[in-house]
Design a protein around this ligand. Structure first.
Ligand SMILES: Cc1cc2nc3c(=O)[nH]c(=O)nc-3n(C[C@H](O)[C@H](O)[C@H](O)COP(=O)(O)OP(=O)(O)OC[C@H]3O[C@@H](n4cnc5c(N)ncnc54)[C@H](O)[C@@H]3O)c2cc1C
Length: 554
């Protein structure tokens, strides 16, 4: 897949955003803002990136977000597709399998991708460091925020940072501040947001191993549902493997990591009780928690990533949720700061992201519950129940779906105005990332055509009213047609030939020229209208000048 990417060198606004924390969520939001012409000050406590492996899995929806940063090719070169998730019982018999397609799916990428978090952070940071509109300052510990409760139009928010080398405190200013400073977020504390406990707190030992041989294991993620010792196993990439073991009360890392004990724990996968040929890259004890911030926004401060939500890693969605936050928030902040949208658009960030993040944390807790049924009197009952649940289509659908839930409220058309939404065009869901060609040029993805803009998609030859609506709002108007159809293109719109309508979920749109669909820059379907109605924009936009070439990717 070709990645079309042009970083703007001139700012589209004089308003600056301060992002706290240069982890994956902070870097992603900084890049999305800067790519839209918003200058960013990125403050990071540590002088060097975090070296330890943590996240190892990203789904296709999130890989698509990396594509929006121009990084998917490099990410795919450093990752591998995986076959999904298996629940095993204590004897390692398969109780349920939730498959993921390794081939290219609806979003243009394999559904499950294994990777190494430090390598992803390296990719993000190398773009951050080269971006002319991002000022990355390392060695600065943010300790204060002032003026964040003042109205949007008031003086900028002031962020106070203490240099770790003991120099005097420094103050940075921004129209808005993004708190992407991780699980123990200082920003969250400074604005008075608390975390709500979603009912999961467990200590787990995480062991990363490099093997001198192929262990011939299944290539997906295995979750061992054994109340005596729940465990997770996966091959990461190449000869790197990850095990995670639940720690019992009173146990500590040293009890399990001693060579004899660890050899026994790994035996079901290695086939031997010693550690010959295995290099322990690192071991660490983590407390896995399920928590959600009481609010993702206070005044002009927004929380994202682990600062806003914490999940047990059982479905590999923690880092992904942070990238979803960044993707959801950045275009809104950019549109507001460049005068394209009213500041009320920013209210939709909490309304959209908090329920979505909560749903995924709860999905992970369900898997955790299945794995760690406990050792009390009810455990035997739960195991029987789990075995039955694994056979239930409802449970399987809840856990197995490769898609995350659609957004229900926010900057979306209200339900009722148009209720019949064709498959793949549900308001609040993601539009398929179809394989397309434009003007007889080589194949690309729909995302490459849409670039960073809000778009209107329709299969009909756009009438003057639709062209005018798109032009007035600065939207890209795209007519989608079946592959091979070469109609003349009119003024004010582009034409995209769709090569994979069924696979991408665009068949319903192609089949019904009466439809017109508004797609936001984060690829969420915002509105669906049927002729003679024109799509109504579910947020307050302002008339804007024509976009600059860098905002139009093709
Ligand atoms: C064992 C394990 C396995 C996991 N597996 C997965 C997985 O498979 N898939 C997945 O999606 N996720 C997974 N996760 C979760 C994932 O690692 C985190 O969700 C992700 O790192 C969070 O990114 P972030 O940018 O929000 O926060 P962080 O990565 O924590 O970055 C926050 C940054 O803010 C900086 N900072 C903090 N305070 C300040 C301050 N006061 N001033 C300035 N800077 C500050 C920090 O130094 C840090 O650089 C896993 C986590 C663990 C522990």
């Amino acid at each position: 897949m070709t990645e079309h990417f042009t970083a703007p060198v001139t700012p589209a606004t004089t308003e600056r955003v301060v992002v706290v924390g240069a982890g994956p969520a902070g870097c992603t939001s900084a890049l999305f803002l800067a790519d839209r012409g918003v200058p960013v000050t990125l403050l990071e406590r540590y002088v060097a990136p975090h070296p330890l492996p943590r996240a190892v899995h990203l789904d296709d929806e999130v890989t698509r977000i990396l594509h929006g940063l121009g990084l998917s090719e490099q990410f795919l070169a450093r990752s591998r597709p995986a076959s999904g998730l298996r629940l095993l019982d204590g004897r390692h018999q398969v109780m349920a399998e939730f498959r993921r397609e390794q081939t290219i799916g609806r979003h243009g990428f394999p559904q499950a991708n294994m990777f190494d978090q430090p390598e992803l952070e390296e990719l993000l940071l190398s773009r951050v460091e080269q971006h002319p509109l991002i000022d990355l300052r390392r060695g600065l510990d943010v300790v204060g925020i002032e003026g964040f409760d003042d109205p949007f139009t008031a003086e900028p928010v002031r962020v106070v940072a203490r240099p770790v080398d003991g120099r005097a405190e420094q103050t940075f200013t921004g129209r808005v501040v993004l708190g992407a400073d991780g699980a123990n977020s200082t920003v969250r504390d400074l604005v008075g947001v608390t975390m709500q406990d979603l009912g999961f707190t467990e200590r787990w030992l995480v062991v990363d191993v490099r093997a001198d041989r192929d262990l011939n294991t299944w290539d997906g993620v295995e979750q061992v549902c054994d109340p005596a010792r729940a465990a997770t196993f996966m091959q990461v990439i190449g000869n790197r493997y990850r095990w995670e073991f639940q720690l019992q009360d009173g146990e500590d890392e040293a009890d399990l990591i001693a060579p004899g004990a660890l050899g026994q724990l790994l035996q079901p996968w290695t086939g031997r009780s010693d550690l010959d040929g295995l290099e322990i890259v690192r071991s660490a004890t983590y407390t896995f928690r399920a928590r959600i911030a009481s609010s993702f926004r206070v005044g002009r401060v927004f929380l994202l990533g682990d600062a806003a939500h914490l999940t047990p890693p059982f479905i590999g969605q923690g880092l992904g949720a942070g990238l979803r936050d960044a993707n959801n928030l950045a275009w809104k902040v950019a549109d507001v700061l460049t005068g394209r949208a009213d500041p009320s658009l920013l209210d939709s960030y909490d309304a959209e992201r908090r329920p979505h993040a909560t749903a995924l944390v709860k999905r992970a807790v369900t898997i955790g519950w299945a794995m760690t049924g406990g050792q009390d009197w009810a455990a035997a009952f739960r195991r029987v129940f789990l075995a039955a649940a694994c056979r239930s289509t409802k449970f399987r659908a809840a856990v197995a779906s490769p898609s995350t839930p659609p957004l229900k409220t926010g900057a979306l058309q209200q339900t009722g105005r148009f209720t019949r939404q064709p498959r793949g065009l549900r308001v609040g869901g993601l539009i398929g990332n179809a394989l397309v060609t434009t003007d007889g040029s080589g194949s690309a993805r729909l995302d490459d055509v849409l670039g960073q803009r809000t778009a209107v998609l329709t299969a009909r030859r756009p009438e003057p009213g639709l062209v005018d609506l798109s032009r007035r709002n600065g939207f890209l108007l795209v007519r989608v047609v079946p592959a091979g159809r070469r109609d003349t293109v009119g003024d004010g719109w582009v034409q995209a030939e769709v090569a994979d309508p069924e696979a991408s979920g665009l068949a319903g749109l192609l089949a019904d020229p009466a439809l017109a669909v508004v797609v936001r820059p984060d690829r969420v379907v915002a509105a669906v209208a049927r002729r003679p109605h024109l799509p109504a924009l579910p947020w307050s936009a302002r008339t804007v000048p024509a976009p600059t070439p860098s905002q139009n990717a093709l």
